[in-house]
Design a protein around this ligand. Structure first.
Ligand code: ZN
Length: 174
């Protein structure tokens, strides 16, 4: 396994739509392992392949709080089949928007079909933090970031901060 570089907004790749996969093979499982390692090290609770620059419909998640009780979830080609009318609000952050957080309202419950780590068709009913996290990550596969749900003013403020942050990161590297 190896850690990959996470793309930071603004980055045009983060705005592209990811493609569905035909099969889950060893190469893809290696990629999922890398994604999981990258997510744990960040640290984060969810990562979409596009965030490491790969435009494929793959998500890794782990919302378990204690590091010794890891419970990773791998979702390939996730497709939401049901969204509840009831909504919930969580303060969301994103590994591609470091240091930025905002309260976002989303359906409180969702059901989805997906392909798992072993390439088998599977489905899941999620609520609470998991439902929010899944919807946040699926948005990534369609080029959507949580700041898109904010007013233009708030969104522009966050992007301005991130541009500054990226410049500082580059200075350190150079
Ligand atoms: Zn994110």
């Amino acid at each position: 396994m190896s850690k990959r570089k996470i793309l930071i907004e603004p980055d045009s790749i983060l705005r592209k739509k990811s493609e569905s996969l035909e099969t889950v093979n060893t190469e893809l499982r290696n990629l999922m392992d890398d994604m999981l390692e990258t997510m744990y090290e960040a640290p984060g609770i969810g990562l979409a392949a596009v965030q490491i620059g790969i435009l494929k419909r793959i998500i890794v998640l782990d919302i378990s709080k204690e590091p010794e009780k890891k419970n990773p979830l791998f979702l390939v080609n996730p497709k939401i089949t049901f969204k509840s009318k009831k909504t919930s609000i969580y303060e969301e952050g994103c590994l591609s928007l470091p240091g930025q957080f905002a309260e976002i309202e989303r359906p409180a419950e969702c059901h989805l079909d997906y392909i798992d780590y072993d390439g088998k068709k599977n489905n899941l009913k999620a609520d609470g933090l998991l439902a929010t996290c899944i919807q946040h990550e699926i948005d990534h596969l369609d080029g959507i970031l949580f700041i898109d749900y904010l007013s233009k003013l708030k969104r522009d403020m966050i992007i301005k901060k991130l541009v500054k942050h990226k410049k500082e990161l580059n200075k350190i590297i150079l």
